[in-house]
Design a protein. Structure first.
Length: 549
């Protein structure tokens, strides 16, 4: 290729402009950027999936056959002008408000992986499909045999890129198919590893939630409404020796209702939108929270805590926000699962997608996110303290019942009984402030009973005997407790939650019945049908349901 003619000389005495020519940008820039920006061969898969998602694809299929990989999407496809424009290096016409890619180099991410790249695309309105082929192997040979800097980038792309059009096999459809052929064996081993590929996709791409996840519809509706350019696509894996697989976010269970909200900067302008779910079991999320499927291979680190998302693509990983949680209570981070979708267009992901480019917008985002995560941590800490208090109060009520039964049966045998009663009262006093409303009410009533027991015992036994360290005689009494003692006979068969629901004839499916029975069994196992807390739950549910009739 003939070098461009320079149409001016360097002006004398003042600065002036001189045009650049095609030969001013060397072809070595292509391998330098390809190897430097895409160090993980799976990053190449990400770039081509990203192009499909930016083109409006709802489904992307990744197929591995022999030493080739095909990425097929059902996006809008490209016409001739768009296909030719996609070959441009470092130039992109994408809309940052709706699309992720903007540097114009992702199409060349496969340069170091494969010998050939073939892109086939079609618009729904066209009877033809267009094909563009890059001969990467020939490019590499040309760069190797020519002196460094002697081959321009323009010449390299012009000489080793070819086009053709052909009749489409399927009419009235749009798509783009990317084929990477003759992939380097080292890179192929990593790409073809199904577990590695699945894990990478889950961590980095805008995959949809599993249909088994209870809050899937709710979260998608919120994100679609509040996050410009939000994407959630179906990604299918295919290969010669393994069955087809749909990759989706881990289907979790045992979570509290999700919390949603905007994250605003100090100026009140939104910078992000988040959703967060806290574990119901008041502990770190673990394998027990995962609804097992045939293809599950997730470890808890893939869903514990929070992760940044930009148009659905992951930036960094879930570990990087762990440090925001206060020292000494970092375990609370793992109680949550959630995502933070960046909505400020001035916050720009770096090329590696492991962080954002350093600028004022990034700082503004991090300050706002830190404040929000601090409030979420405070809430989780409050839940933890409440759970601890409820457990302590529940144990104290059990001990109070046992002590009452023992005294009623055998009388006061020693001052150990007074010591036990004192300890029970201390626990009730210490933990009722942080307990849940039901347990707090039970603690208040139990405290009154315990105080009355103390007075009755002292009166019955004799204050002097108690104070002197001995017991002069045995005493029996039957204080009125806010819950029956073990020896109190049931006046009638206790009403259970399942029985009440049956009486109201509300169950219209086996699944509904199984759900109610499971909840009821869990409550009975923890509280017992005679517990005042259990009875109040049944009465409250019955009152609400009857009020709706």
């Amino acid at each position: 290729m003939t070098p461009a003619t320079i149409d001016a000389t360097i002006p004398q005495g003042k600065f002036g402009k001189i045009k650049t020519g095609d030969d001013d940008i060397g072809g070595q820039l292509l391998p330098i950027l390809s190897k430097g920006l895409y160090t993980n061969p799976l990053d190449c898969i990400r770039e081509y999936v990203q192009n499909g998602v930016d083109a409006g694809a709802q489904k992307v299929t990744i197929k591995i056959t022999g030493n080739s990989v095909t990425i097929h999407d059902n996006g809008h496809g490209m016409d001739e002008a768009q296909l030719r424009s996609s070959r441009k290096f470092g130039i992109s016409a994408k809309d940052l408000s709706e699309q992720v890619g903007f540097r114009g180099i992702g199409i060349y991410s496969g340069y170091d992986l494969a010998n050939r790249l073939i892109i086939t695309t079609k618009k729904a309105s066209s009877p033809l499909q267009l094909v563009m082929r890059f001969d990467f192997a020939a490019m590499k040979k040309e760069l190797e045999k020519q002196p460094p800097g002697s081959v321009s980038l323009s010449a390299l792309l012009y000489n080793f890129t070819t086009f053709k059009s052909e009749e489409a096999s399927v009419a009235n459809s749009s798509f783009t198919t990317v084929q990477l052929e003759q992939i380097n064996e080292v890179h192929l081993r990593k790409i073809a590893n199904r577990n590695e590929l699945r894990k990478y996709i889950l961590q980095n791409l805008p995959v949809d939630f599993s249909e088994l996840f209870d809050y899937r519809t709710q979260i998608i509706e919120k994100l679609s409404t509040n996050v410009p350019g939000f994407k959630a696509v179906v990604i299918e894996l295919q290969s010669d020796e393994e069955s087809d697989e749909i990759v989706s976010k881990p289907p979790l269970r045992g979570l509290r209702t999700p919390e949603f909200g905007r994250i605003e900067g100090e100026d009140g302008k939104p910078v992000a939108y988040y959703w967060a779910c806290l574990n119901q079991e008041n502990k770190r999320l673990g394998p027990e929270n995962l609804i097992l499927e045939k293809t599950d291979s997730c470890d808890p680190s893939q869903y514990q805590g929070f992760v940044y998302k930009c148009k659905g693509f992951t930036i960094g990983n879930r570990d990087q926000l762990n440090k925001v949680f206060k020292a000494g209570s970092g375990t609370l981070y793992g109680w949550y699962t959630g995502e933070i979708y960046v909505t400020d267009q001035l916050v720009i992901p770096n090329t590696a997608r492991d962080d954002f480019e350093t600028n004022a917008a990034k700082t503004r985002l991090e300050i706002a996110v830190n404040k929000k995560l601090e409030t979420l941590e405070d809430y989780a800490d409050k839940v933890r303290q409440q759970a601890q208090a409820d457990t302590k109060i529940h144990d104290a009520l059990r001990d109070l019942t046992a002590l009452t039964n023992e005294i009623n049966k055998n009388g006061i045998a020693s001052l150990d009984d007074f010591s036990k009663l004192r300890d029970i009262r201390a626990v009730l006093k210490k933990y009722k402030r942080k307990a849940s409303p039901l347990e707090k009410e039970s603690a208040d009533q139990a405290s009154k009973v315990a105080e009355r027991m103390d007075k009755e015992i002292r009166t019955s036994v004799g204050k002097s005997a108690v104070n002197s360290g001995g017991v002069s005689r045995r005493a029996k009494f039957a204080p009125t407790l806010p819950f029956p003692t073990a020896e109190t006979p049931a006046a009638s068969t206790p009403q259970t939650l399942s029985m009440m629901i049956d009486q109201l004839d509300l169950l219209d499916s086996p699944n509904s019945r199984r759900l109610i029975e499971s909840i009821d069994s869990a409550l009975i196992a923890i509280l017992g049908t005679e517990a005042v807390v259990y009875k109040r739950v049944v009465e409250s549910v019955e009152s609400i349901l009857q009020g709706e009739e």
